[in-house]
Design a protein around this ligand. Structure first.
Ligand SMILES: Nc1ncnc2c1ncn2[C@@H]1O[C@H](COP(=O)(O)OP(=O)(O)O)[C@@H](O)[C@H]1O
Ligand SMILES: Cc1cn([C@H]2C[C@H](O)[C@@H](COP(=O)(O)O)O2)c(=O)[nH]c1=O
Length: 249
């Protein structure tokens, strides 16, 4: 056996539910069998920019599987609320929340689907490049926590194929998000100031518009998200073909 064949042979015997990784791709990453021809679209955007609303709209289309962020898990893991704890004391609990979010994002990326198109709310990339980065840059995440999370992230993305075909960026003004967030009234988020949404917005703009911060794993389709619901539906329809073909052309 070459090293690669031995590894493949080992992995073939290690079928454990949804994490059955059976072969190495040409880039030397673990890949999921049967997932190659599926289209993955990630909806990125600020808090309360309308991502869930967008996913709910497209969930009515046949052949699409929609995966909303598992916020209920982030609010309740074995009776603990890491999301609430993070907003109360980000320096202490940021690492706890972000470690768990990284795990649940990976879980979603790797979960099996029968539908040919998968639409996912954010991604493991958005969680790291926006939220972890924001905690770190704002001085609320200790350097050692950032280093450990970054090591985990790099190991995952260097060793496991996490394909994304298209990023749909719901570009919104932080002020509008703040108003929508207050209306939605999620208990943990009541203390979020406008400045927090402005910082998240800036990181998104640097990543997906200016393209000056981090690697972008897929082409980006930008949809302006400040409009009312009716106009948003019109925009979703106008962009339906681009979105569902996974191509920004
Ligand atoms: N275009 C829109 N105009 C007005 N309110 C909206 C619009 N899109 C979403 N909302 C409302 O704003 C809040 C946040 O939307 P949501 O889809 O949950 O955002 P996200 O998933 O990005 O956090 C919800 O109360 C939702 O009903
Ligand atoms: C991905 C991610 C999310 N959060 C926080 C931000 C919000 O309070 C919720 C989910 O927000 P949504 O935009 O309404 O879906 O989770 C976070 O703190 N860190 C993250 O990586």
């Amino acid at each position: 056996f070459s090293n690669q064949t031995r590894a493949e042979s080992y992995l073939e015997t290690k079928k454990s539910g949804y994490l059955t990784m059976q072969s190495y791709s040409s880039q030397g990453k673990l890949v999921r069998n049967g997932e190659k021809n599926k289209l993955v679209i990630c909806i990125e955007g600020n808090i309360a920019s309308g991502k869930t609303t967008c996913l709910e709209y497209f969930s009515k289309t046949s052949n699409i599987e929609v995966l909303t962020e598992p916020v209920s898990k982030w609010r309740n893991v074995r009776g603990h609320n890491p999301l609430g704890l993070m907003y109360q004391d980000p320096t202490r609990w940021g690492i706890t929340l972000q470690t768990y979010i990284q795990l649940t994002m990976l879980d979603q990326h790797l979960s099996t689907t029968s539908a040919p198109i998968r639409m996912m709310e954010r991604s493991i990339y958005g969680a790291k490049y926006i939220f972890v980065e924001n905690l770190y840059r704002s001085g609320k995440m200790p350097e050692v926590d950032f280093a450990v999370l970054s090591e985990w992230f790099e190991w995952i993305t260097q060793n496991i194929a996490i394909p994304v075909d298209l990023i749909v960026y719901l570009q919104s003004s932080p002020q509008i998000c703040h108003e929508r967030l207050k209306e939605r009234c999620r208990e943990e988020e009541k203390i979020i100031p406008l400045e927090y949404l402005e910082a998240i917005h800036q990181l998104y703009e640097d990543w997906l518009i200016k393209k000056t911060s981090f690697n972008i794993p897929a082409p980006v389709l930008v949809i302006s998200a400040d409009d009312d619901l009716q106009k948003m539906i019109h925009q979703f329809e106008e962009n339906r073909e681009k979105i569902l073909s996974g191509r920004n052309v």
